[in-house]
Write a protein that binds this ligand. Sequence first.
Ligand code: ATP
Length: 357
Amino acid sequence: TGETHSGRGEPALEAIGIGKTFATTPILKGIDLRIAPGEVVALLGPSGCGKTTLLRIAAGLLAPSAGRMRIAGQLVADGAHHALAPEARGIGMVFQDYALWPHLNTLANVAFPLRMRGLPKAERNKRAHDALARVGLADMAERFPGTLSGGQQQRVALARAIVAEPPLVLFDEPLSNLDRELRESLALEMGTLLRELNLSAVYVTHDQAEAFTIANRVAVMLGGEIAQIATPEALFSDPATPEVAQFLNIGALIDGEIRAREFRCHGRMVRVTAPGEDHADGPARLLIPRTAIARSDHGPLKARVARCQFQGDRYLLHLDFGEGDRSLVCPSDSPVAQGEMISLALNATRLRLFAHA
Ligand code: ATP
């Protein structure tokens, strides 16, 4: 079998050096990404980082300027010269607002992609029923989208995306237009469902909690590059760069320098033994994750309380370590006056040090 064969053992998606330039502006800069069968990868990043552009390239709606892409082993894009048409890629898609046909009932909505492929009616209805059963909506086949809840509509959209057994499903911020509470509960439901269905998927979102709930691995995209791809836990315990730590809001980043294995902040409020391997003397940034600190009267770390916020069951102290805006929050059982200095205990194993570039 040649270059275009496809199979279930192949990566569901493989991107090699994908670049995209609009006019003269590079938007994607050499994206490498491999998604294993049954894996859900979230593309997480701020607005404008290129998530949607990468998803559109995978969907075939856009050709890359450089690089190759394979879906289940099949070459779907090779620079700007070769592109397989979207409908020939056999992928499923779930969009914002689900894009269900209001005048078609649930069964007809789900069967729609099979109708486009020219399957006979009995066959498409059987497969649409199966897909509805897989998302737990077997008894909703006759209902119209307008009579379903948001969560049910989402599951119909998912059933439609998987009805043709695609090797890959693309999700384009499907929950972004919903209010926070609904988004959280639907993300939880979607995450569970994707695992049960064993789907391979790319899930675009700018919501960290949603990405962490839904994906096995999260690709943090910053400025047209994948800054890091890892499990949510690994991103938090070992962010690759200060920018990743900052985007994920892991904790406070403090500029300072290392001298004789000790990190010192110029404001002189932070002075800790440099964590990890030997570090050369010189400028550095220290990451203090929120999870690394706790109030303790005789702790080695000093911080000024910038704000004390009552939260019902406890107080949250917004802490300032010296220069600029690098606040960190820390829970406290009792209130502390603004401007007061407090001491903190440090879990040194959770600190991370980045040499200055
Ligand atoms: P968002 O979360 O806001 O959708 P995103 O990470 O998905 O952001 P993209 O939609 O991929 O970002 O866009 C990345 C950049 O590329 C943006 O600066 C955007 O303005 C630009 N861009 C996207 N499509 C085009 C186009 N067709 N022509 C020119 N520039 C474009």
